[in-house]
Design a protein around this ligand. Structure first.
Ligand SMILES: Cc1ncc(COP(=O)(O)O)c(C=O)c1O
Length: 433
């Protein structure tokens, strides 16, 4: 064990990591493009964009410059009563690329807080008008973050069990898999007809943490339409899907109807600094435009609108909106779709799916397929050994690479996955997995 690993173990509590029984963390010295370089001299391809945040590759000079310039000019200023150019420019540019109905940007710090803001904004929209609407609809399997509001509207299970008594009630719809679509639609109509629903929150078209599960966009469209006709606020959590992940700029671009609120984070800053954004329509703001101070949206964080974060988000948009970036996303999609054909014939593979720059499939094992299954904890080191960072979700293996990944690196990852599938039966037999 290196001295750094020991010091890490003595001092740091890592996210989603048990305090006992986990492998030692890998010390990363530097990173460039899709490559993470370890202190031991190894190279690891970041095939999951470091928890889905990195879109232009690591340590991108354009992003690094933007942070450095801004740090030397104005590193931070309180965002109540003050403003600055990077925040104004960023808000204008986001509104430019979001659907036309979006008209204001509220800054926060990460994906969970972007969701927290959205939920509060929606509840207070009704409160300010003196309307009693207490219900919120969400979808089974959803992941919206780890703060209490975000946990409340997410999948309940082992991750949330200790907090269950403190989470607010939510009407959960079954995940709308093809065989459940009609049932989900019926239940949704019944809930809306009761007239007590304030908002409907969803990850548009693809659920991330539940295993990159894709569902019907036409059903989602129908639901949004019905909800909006009944003044129910539709919240699109695009924390994972935003900024090109699903091909276009936002997953909601694939819908005919525009959600009322958007939650953004992850790719927003190119993955360089933490930031959350919640955007909303003019109609929502109307409920807050009042001389009554008590109708103010009393929410904010110390680092709201941090200038360095805004500057790097602006720099990330410069890169995102280039033809080159669009072509890279299309290239990755083509490569994924070709690789999907190689996967489809494999005995050990089921339910392959590709959306934009994301490819996922399920390992057809007889074993427990939950997040906590044994295989998951062995798959990860298998790929790390080969120099690839992949973090399976239960029995779901997925890739969500930075858009700058080369064809050679993609081929290497695909080949390694196919090798793994070939070796898997003997690995199981020899108890190596
Ligand atoms: C759809 C979605 N919403 C919200 C979050 C929470 O974001 P954060 O981890 O930045 O709080 C995530 C994180 O994975 C996510 O995938």
């Amino acid at each position: 064990m290196s001295d750094w690993v020991k010091r890490d173990g003595d001092a740091i509590w890592h996210p989603f990591t048990p305090l006992r029984g986990m492998d030692e963390p890998i010390v990363i010295e530097k990173a460039e493009g899709v490559n993470l370089y370890t202190s031991a001299g190894g190279r690891i391809i970041d095939a999951i964009s470091s928890w889905w945040v990195n879109i232009h590759g690591h340590s991108h000079p354009h992003l690094a410059d933007a942070i450095s310039k801004q740090a030397n000019a104005l590193e931070h200023v309180i965002f109540a009563g003050f403003t600055h150019k990077p925040a104004i420019e960023l808000a204008e540019r986001l509104l430019e690329i979001l659907p036309d109905n979006q008209s204001k940007i509220f800054y926060s710090d990460n994906g969970s807080t972007a969701v927290e803001v959205a939920i509060k904004m929606a509840f207070q929209y009704f409160y300010n008008q003196g309307i009693e609407r207490k219900k919120i609809i969400a979808i089974d399997g959803a992941y919206h973050g780890d703060t209490f509001g975000a946990m409340s509207v997410g999948e309940r299970g082992p991750f949330t069990d200790p907090f269950d008594p403190y989470l607010f009630n939510v009407e959960f719809l079954d995940f709308p898999s093809p065989e459940k679509e009609e049932e989900v639609w019926q239940r949704f109509q019944t809930l809306i007809a009761e007239g007590e629903v304030a908002s409907f929150i969803f990850e548009p078209i693809i659920q991330g943490a539940s295993g990159m599960r894709i569902y019907s966009k036409s059903l989602l469209d129908k639901m949004i339409k019905l909800a909006q006709a009944n003044d129910v606020i539709c919240i699109a959590d695009e924390v994972m899907t935003g900024f090109g992940r699903t091909g276009g700029l936002f997953a909601s671009d694939l819908l005919a109807s525009n959600p009322d609120i958007f939650c953004l984070s992850k790719g927003l800053t190119g993955g360089a600094l933490a930031m959350g954004v919640t955007s909303c329509t003019d109609k929502i703001q109307e409920a807050y435009r009042s001389n009554d101070l008590m109708k103010t949206f009393f929410h904010g964080h110390s680092f709201t609108g941090n200038p360095m974060t805004c500057a790097v988000a602006n720099a990330s948009l410069d890169l995102l909106l280039t033809k080159e970036c669009e072509e890279n996303r299309a290239r990755i999609n083509n490569r994924h779709r070709a690789f999907e054909q190689d996967l489809i014939g494999q005995d050990l593979v089921r339910n392959t799916r590709v959306l934009g720059t994301i490819i996922a499939f399920e390992l057809n094992t007889e074993r427990d397929t939950s997040y906590f299954n044994e295989a998951r904890h062995h798959l990860y080191p298998y790929f790390i050994d080969k120099g690839i960072l992949i973090r399976p979700l239960g029995n779901v293996i997925y890739l969500i690479p930075p858009y700058v990944i080369s064809d050679e690196d993609l081929d290497f990852i695909y080949r390694t996955i196919l090798n793994f599938l070939n070796e898997y039966p003997s690995l199981i037999k020899n108890q190596e997995l």
